[in-house]
Write a protein that binds this ligand. Structure first.
Ligand code: NAP
Length: 258
């Protein structure tokens, strides 16, 4: 049985992904900060005949990715599929944003994701077998006034993932960058975007459907996958429209609905 490691599996898209991998008989390593929520997920999924190991960790703290890797090495757990899903956004003008929110987004969305990829990739390459899925966002396709740092972190994830997918094309390891659009999870509340036009007027997808799109994308080894036809269209349209217009529309969508 193969083992899948999912970060941010205590809720939202990560939790739904965990359910899908358990359904298809993958042993799981689930990581998030909330030990109690992870224990609940483990209790739900273990009766399906898979082993579920939970590790409560703040991945935004610098030693966490290496600590996680070392712990699994010591326990002899080889990770066949790595899902870098944990991430968060924060709403507000950059100049007024507290430093810990700025650095926290960069630490979790970029640094932890990159370090985990760098740590878990070499054993996959040696086995000539492995899959990595990095959860970016449709936010990564354009600049995001009022969520400047979040959008920029997701642009990094897209660029990084596509580049290493190319480097690894003959290695037996696939890298998938998965881009959800607005999705009903705990994300909007944490980000302070519940009242944005994006969530209030344009509509969000449900996490179960989004996770299924991500699951299919990683199992098919697709390099870039966008969840939802409307999100795909919006992402494509940013490639041809003038940059200034794209940025202005992005701000309008991110802003609070009247
Ligand atoms: N929802 C959306 O609209 C949307 C759209 C596009 C992309 N995404 C991306 O999808 C991914 C999943 O988001 P979601 O919507 O499922 O959000 P969510 O419901 O807020 O879930 C986030 C998960 O990450 C964990 N997490 C947060 N901070 C962490 C930290 N410092 N260390 C370890 N784990 C941490 C959370 O658990 P704990 O709180 O227990 O740590 C939770 O399990 C993120 O990368 C997000 O950027 C979301």
């Amino acid at each position: 049985m193969s083992t899948t490691l999912i970060t941010g599996a205590s809720g939202g898209i990560g939790y739904e992904l965990a359910r899908l991998f358990a359904r298809d008989h993958h042993n799981l390593v689930l990581v998030a900060r909330s030990a109690d929520k992870l224990a609940q997920v483990a209790n739900e999924l273990q009766p399906r005949g898979v082993t579920v190991k939970t590790i409560a960790l703040d991945l935004a703290s610098p030693p966490a990715p290496k600590f996680l890797f070392d712990q699994l090495q010591r326990e002899g757990i080889a990770v066949d599929i790595l899902i870098n899903n944990a991430g968060f956004g924060a709403f507000g003008e950059f100049a007024q944003m507290p430093e810990e929110e700025i650095l926290g987004q960069i630490s979790l969305n970029i640094t932890a994701l990159t370090e985990l990829t760098h740590l878990f990739l070499p054993p996959m390459i040696s086995r000539r077998n492995g899959r990595i899925m990095n959860v970016a966002s449709t936010a990564g396709f354009q600049p995001g006034p009022l969520m400047a740092v979040y959008y920029a972190t997701k642009a990094y994830v897209i660029s990084f993932s596509e580049a290493i997918a190319n480097e690894l094309r003959d290695s037996g390891v696939t890298v998938t960058c998965f881009c959800p659009g607005a999705t009903h999870t705990g994300f909007a509340k944490r980000a302070g975007t519940e009242k944005s036009r994006l969530f209030k007027q344009l509509g969000a997808m449900n996490a179960e459907k989004v996770a299924l799109d991500g699951y299919r994308a990683v199992m098919e080894g697709r390099t870039l996958a966008i969840s939802g036809a409307h999100n795909w269209l919006v992402a494509q349209s940013t490639r041809f429209a003038p940059r200034r217009m794209v940025t202005a529309v992005s701000r309008w969508i991110a802003d609070k609905a009247e």
